[in-house]
Design a protein around this ligand. Structure first.
Ligand code: IYR
Length: 256
């Protein structure tokens, strides 16, 4: 509260959100607004009760999400995948560059090629110790191995490519910023959108993933970030009986 009083102007609305006097450096400044377009934020003000209810409902919904390794081969309409991708593409990104491309395919031949190439890499990871013993022990409870049949069985494969830099018409590079952070957030939005649609996925990183550029014919400025098989879970699918961290293990509160 003391912080607020330092700036003198009185509150101008009952709801406590209109006190422009809080800011000595309002955004946008008149100079900025003269040079770049701004629009007023569209925002629904919720009561504290509604806030709590919605947040809890969302948390409970997300808490039911699980990574799945056994998919049904039932077809899923392309437009549902596209909508989930556009939800992902609403993620914040460095300098609003949206440095991502989502390549989706339900083509059996492409899925097969991806499966075969992924299994070849993973065979080296698991059987020829490209992943060290410590790493393999960490994965033991998940029971992952070099078999990746789901890559052919799931109706869709979506590969999120990070756009390392943009390319101008004259071929010169346009830098992107915080590419990995941006793609990580977009991946999270995508996973959440799929879950809301009743679809399952696996955050899969067949390593190394460069083969995906070739199979999916993507240019060099794009690098595979995560591969997502997407579909309904096979009925009766089993998932590891793992627990998530409790709030006291993930939340640290400091200060008064
Ligand atoms: N890329 C391998 C290994 C793997 C690594 C981690 I860390 C996992 O959480 C799961 C798997 C694979 O996909 O099998």
């Amino acid at each position: 509260m003391g912080e607020r009083r330092r700036y003198s102007r009185a509150m101008t609305a009952d709801d406590g959100t209109s006190n422009t006097g809080l800011y000595r450096h309002p955004y946008p400044s008149p100079e900025l607004a003269a040079r770049h377009a701004f629009v007023e934020l569209e925002h629904d003000r919720l009561s504290t009760e509604e806030m709590a209810a919605r947040c809890t409902a969302f948390r409970e919904t997300l808490d039911r999400r699980r990574s799945v390794r056994m998919f049904s081969d039932e077809p899923i309409p392309a437009d549902i995948i596209e909508t989930a991708i556009m939800a992902a593409s609403s993620a914040p990104s460095g300098a609003h560059r949206q440095p991502w491309r989502f390549v989706m395919t339900n083509d059996p031949d492409l899925k097969r090629r991806i499966r075969l190439a992924a299994e070849e890499e993973e065979r080296t990871n698991y059987l020829e110790n490209r992943m060290n013993d410590e790493w393999q022990e960490a994965l033991a409870p998940l029971g992952t191995d070099h078999h990746k049949e789901f890559l052919e069985i799931a109706p869709w494969i979506v590969v999120l490519f990070e756009e390392r830099f943009g390319v101008a018409n004259d071929g010169s590079k346009i830098p992107n910023y915080y590419v990995k952070e941006s793609c990580g957030i977009a991946a999270g939005f995508f996973i959440a959108a799929l879950h809301m649609a009743g679809l399952c996925t696996l955050t899969h990183t067949p390593t190394p993933m460069r083969f995906l550029n070739e199979v999916l014919e993507r240019p060099d400025n794009e690098r595979p970030f995560v591969l997502f098989p997407v579909g309904r879970p096979l009925s009766g699918t089993q998932v590891p009986d793992i627990r998530r961290k409790r709030s006291d293990e993930v939340i640290v509160r400091r200060g008064a």
